[in-house]
Design a protein. Structure first.
Length: 182
C-alpha cells in the first residue's frame, strides 16, 4: 500500500510542478494573443455564379474576369500584413518558450538529484520532480519546434542529454554503492 501511495504522490508532484511551471511562464511571459492585434478580416469576396448552360471555359472566363476592387485589395493586404506580424511574434514566443522551459526543466531535474541524494527516503518527491522537469523540457520542444532554428534545437538537445546522462550516472553510482554495502 505504501508503494502505491508513493507512486500516486510522485505523479501528483510531477503534474502540479509542471502546471506551476506553465502558469508561471504564462503570468510572467504571456504569449501573443490574436485578439490583441486587431486584425480586421476582409469582407468575403462575392462569388460569381455561372449559368447552367455555359461551358466550363465560358464560366472560367466570367469568374476569372471578376477583379477585386481597390478597397477589397487594401483590406486583404492589411489583414495579411497584420497576420504576418502576429505570426512573427508567435514564432519569437515559441522559440523563447522552448529556451525558458528547457532551462527551468534542467534546474528542476538538478533539484530532483539533490532531493534524491540528500533525502533518499522521499524517492516519490525526487522522482516526481525529475518527471516534471522532463515534461517541461518536452513541452518546450513541442511548442517551439517549428519556430526554433534546428541548430538551437540540436545544441539544447545535446546539452540536456549530457546533463541527464551525467545525473543518471551519478544516481546509479550512488545507488549501486549503497546496494553493495548491504
Amino acid at each position: 500500500m505504501a508503494q502505491i501511495m508513493n507512486t500516486v504522490f510522485g505523479i501528483g508532484v510531477a503534474v502540479i510542478l509542471f502546471v506551476v511551471v506553465l502558469l508561471g511562464i504564462n503570468v510572467f511571459y504571456p504569449g501573443p494573443n490574436w485578439d490583441d492585434y486587431n486584425c480586421t478580416e476582409p469582407k468575403p469576396v462575392e462569388l460569381q455564379v455561372c449559368n447552367p448552360n455555359m461551358t466550363v471555359g465560358d464560366c472560367y472566363t466570367v469568374v476569372a474576369g471578376k477583379q477585386l476592387n481597390e478597397s477589397e485589395t487594401q483590406q486583404q493586404q492589411a489583414f495579411e500584413d497584420c497576420n504576418k506580424i502576429f505570426m512573427k511574434d508567435n514564432d519569437v514566443y515559441g522559440r523563447n518558450f522552448l529556451l525558458i522551459t528547457n532551462i527551468i526543466g534542467v534546474i528542476i531535474i538538478i533539484a530532483s538529484l539533490f532531493l534524491f541524494l540528500n533525502v533518499p527516503t522521499m524517492i516519490n518527491l525526487s522522482a516526481g520532480t525529475a518527471f516534471a522537469g522532463l515534461v517541461s523540457i518536452f513541452a518546450g520542444f513541442i511548442r517551439g519546434w517549428s519556430s526554433t532554428n534546428d541548430k538551437i534545437k540540436f545544441i539544447m538537445g545535446v546539452i540536456i542529454a549530457i546533463i541527464i546522462v551525467v545525473l543518471a550516472v551519478i544516481i546509479n553510482k550512488k545507488y549501486s554503492t549503497k546496494k553493495k554495502r548491504k
